[in-house]
Design a protein around this ligand. Structure first.
Ligand SMILES: C[S@@+](CC[C@H](N)C(=O)[O-])C[C@H]1O[C@@H](n2cnc3c(N)ncnc32)[C@H](O)[C@@H]1O
Length: 218
């Protein structure tokens, strides 16, 4: 059955991420999406993805505000929520409403009260100006079209001493699943685009086996 209601209300939503889900019953879509969200979290929690070192590299403090853009299943959203504490806030931001619902339900189950889910458009996260200390984008860059313009717009939401952390599959010359399907952006490209958007590279670390970790300030 074609899910006309969902596609009418969120015209870009399914097209952007998962075209074929339009043909499923809404309940099947939710189940399928939450399975996908769970899969994202399972992958993010794999020891090789070094979540603890990523957290250390970000150096978050209590009371800070984080925007997890492309939050998926929210694995990092939940870690950030604990790092910034009740005085801080984490915006879980995604174009996919089912993922956001998944994060919201899980945050409630975990008793995390400092997480707010925010719908993103493909052009920008819907956040207030100068409201965020850290923007975090893990495995999301390859989804963003016209990244330089996107990164430039992102500057608006950062506090003056805010930062942007990008974790992204490196891709590269050799064969890999991620480069084969365009699910990667070389680090050099990210740095070039971020510089063109007016950012300064603050940190460039190679502790992840498959991804680059870069940290920028405006
Ligand atoms: C590969 S998943 C990564 C999820 C999560 N960051 C993680 O590391 O587990 C990419 C996520 O980015 C979201 N996404 C795609 N385009 C986006 C956009 N323009 N703005 C915000 N989120 C987007 C997808 O819906 C998906 O949840």
């Amino acid at each position: 059955m074609k899910n006309n209601l969902s596609t009418a209300v969120f015209p870009y939503f399914f097209d952007l991420n998962d075209n074929h889900t339009q043909h499923l019953h809404p309940l099947m879509i939710s189940k399928k999406k939450s399975l996908k969200a769970e899969l994202f979290n399972k992958k993010a929690s794999d020891p090789k993805n070094e979540a603890v070192i990523v957290l250390e590299a970000l150096g978050l403090n209590q009371g800070q505000v984080v925007a997890d853009i492309g939050s998926g299943g929210g694995y990092f959203t939940f870690l950030f929520a604990k790092s910034v504490g009740e005085g801080g806030k984490v915006f879980a931001i995604d174009t996919n409403l089912d993922f956001l619902e998944f994060v919201k339900t899980n945050a409630e189950e975990k008793g995390l009260t400092n997480i707010e889910t925010v719908v993103a458009t493909n052009e920008k996260p819907l956040l207030l100006k100068k409201s965020v200390d850290l923007v975090f984008m893990r495995n999301v860059c390859h989804h963003i079209q016209n990244r330089e313009a996107y990164f430039r717009r992102l500057r608006d939401v950062l506090n003056p001493d805010g930062r942007v952390a990008i974790v992204e599959y490196r891709g590269g010359a050799g064969f890999s699943f991620h480069s084969l399907f365009g699910h990667s952006v070389p680090k050099e490209t990210i740095v070039k685009e971020m510089r063109a958007a007016g950012y300064r590279l603050e940190k460039d670390s190679d502790f992840l086996p498959e991804q680059s970790f870069t940290l920028f300030s405006p």
